[in-house]
Design a protein. Sequence first.
Length: 306
Amino acid sequence: GILDKAKAKGCEVTLPIDWLCGQEFKNDQETKLVTQEEGIPDGWEGMDCGPKSMELFAKKIKEAKTVVWNGPAGVFEFDTFSKGTKALLDAVAELHAAGGAGIIGGGDSATAAAKWNMEDKVSFVSTGGGASLELLEGKVLPGIAALADAPPKWEGTVTGKYQWDDSKKSNADADKDLGGDAISKYSWGDGKKQVSIYIELEGLDDCTEDMFQASSGEREVSLTITKVAGKKRSFALKQLNDEITGVKVNQKKGKGMIVLKLTKKEEMPWHQLQEKSDAGGDDEPGGGMGGMGGMGGMPGMGGMPG
């Protein structure tokens, strides 16, 4: 049995040593307190633990550093048989107040904490009783597995002024160069099979699909917009964090945005966009997309921290 398994593994199991009994499943009735030596008489059932058990459980909890409480000590919904559960709850709350971890893992135990308005007196309250036990057993829970397998997502925003002046051919610091048109947002998101790069620019809604020319190598991607706001503009990212197999351009009409979809060669998370922060654009005749200087902590268009 389970007690034999616990003994073989050196695990102490503490059981109640006295009980408050009743003959019916209701609050108002005759009760009888019996000890382990006496046993529960025929026709009676244990509906709460007795005072000696409460004292024993409180002692064990006080000696612990971490307690996961799963399941009440009695039929606490009936006030007559609620004292054992309240005593356990008080002991777990005292452990938490003393700097230990008092965790309630179970629907009925959580309900008990709510009954006495003590959810904030313990370290953590979970409503997943059976799920909590399975998690402690080391089993894989479907919801946790789905979250663990979900691709991480990193996004960063760069805003600033970029110089479209024909005479200015060098890449400039976006935050120092306050002349020219504004790029309202640049960010990137990491998906399981692709990386998305978002660019917002005034005039993009007026562009047609044939105005976007994107190309890619193993670790680089470039985009040329043949005409936006009256000018030809280009954009490039080099030394990407990992290899890609292609790029597509999605235009978000009505949002002034285009999204570059980079297809990953391998399905693995990217903790940063680039290995080095040396991205920039070239000034084309008639205007170009100047270098994207960084805001604090983001030189160039470099990778976001993982």
